[in-house]
Design a protein around this ligand. Structure first.
Ligand code: SAM
Length: 261
């Protein structure tokens, strides 16, 4: 009997209608699939029924990894490691579809790592990921709303994002305390080219440091009060950070890069 480990965010999906919904978000047949945190393999079994070309899983828990070995034998390739330490760009030659009912304590870290580490080519075709609802709401938030912030800006930079559904705690065992949401991510064909993504991270960190305050202080910190930048992007220093739209943040990151070069 496997005991769920809270420290590894283990809430296993047991509702087959939700498992069906997850695998029906995209075509699996003949595709290369990567599942993050397969746990006891509930979602893994549903994915395998749809006949992928090959399936990889990354599971940190040694006990679960060896139980998966017994359960699935040679049907899957198990990587018994921490997803945060893996460089997926080096792991796959062909594009993969990623599924994950993510461990909630590190879900945003996983997503941010993937976006920041993306080189010119996407190593994935799409991502089908479960987050805690409050986090999903921040990922898909529109500007001028209270949920809009760093996570929305970084997530939407290179990806189109669609919410599939919300999921109640009763779909999991053990039940989490919060609702969850399933999101679907698809690479954008066109996005603003920022040479060093750390600059986008830096600008959003400084701008959203005090999200209720006016922009004057963070703007001066980054752009030294440059009036030309204010005019170019129609920024008024009495605005709050959530009043600047996605595209302007990406362009501000490019502008910041130009200053340094
Ligand atoms: N996919 C399973 C399901 O839906 O029933 C389990 C999902 S559970 C929310 C999260 C899974 O991620 C657990 O199996 C946990 O052991 C694993 N995990 C936690 N931290 C991890 C990490 N850093 N790297 C890889 N797997 C991790």
């Amino acid at each position: 009997m496997i005991r769920a480990k809270k420290s590894l965010g283990q809430n296993f999906l047991i509702d087959s209608s939700i498992l069906e919904k997850i695998i029906n978000t995209t075509i699996i047949k003949n595709k290369i699939i990567l599942e993050i945190g397969p746990g006891t393999g509930n979602l893994t079994s549903f994915i395998l029924k749809n006949k992928p070309k090959k399936m990889f899983v990354i599971e940190k828990d040694n006990e679960l990894a060896s139980a998966l070995e017994t359960k699935f034998n040679n049907k899957i390739t198990i990587i018994n490691d921490d997803v945060l330490k893996i460089d997926e760009t080096k792991l796959f030659k062909d594009k993969v579809i990623v599924f994950g009912n993510l461990p909630y304590n590190i879900a945003t870290e996983i997503l941010t790592k993937w976006i920041i580490n993306l080189k010119n080519n996407f190593w994935f075709e799409s991502l089908v990921l479960m987050f805690q609802k409050e986090v999903a709401d921040r990922i898909i938030a529109e500007f001028n709303t209270s949920n809009y912030g760093r996570l929305s800006i970084i997530s939407n930079w290179k990806l189109n994002i669609k919410k599939i559904c919300d999921v109640k705690p009763s779909a999991f065992f053990p039940k989490p305390k919060v609702d969850s949401s399933l999101l679907f991510f698809h690479p954008k064909e066109n996005f603003v080219k920022i040479k060093n993504p750390n600059n986008l991270e830096k600008i959003t960190r400084v701008f959203f440091n005090q999200r209720r305050k006016m922009l004057k202080k963070p703007f001066n910190q980054i752009f030294n009060g440059d009036q030309r930048v204010l005019d170019k992007f129609k920024i008024d220093l009495t605005m709050r950070p959530q009043n600047i739209n996605l595209d302007t943040y990406y362009k501000l990151a490019c502008e910041y890069e130009k200053l340094g070069s």
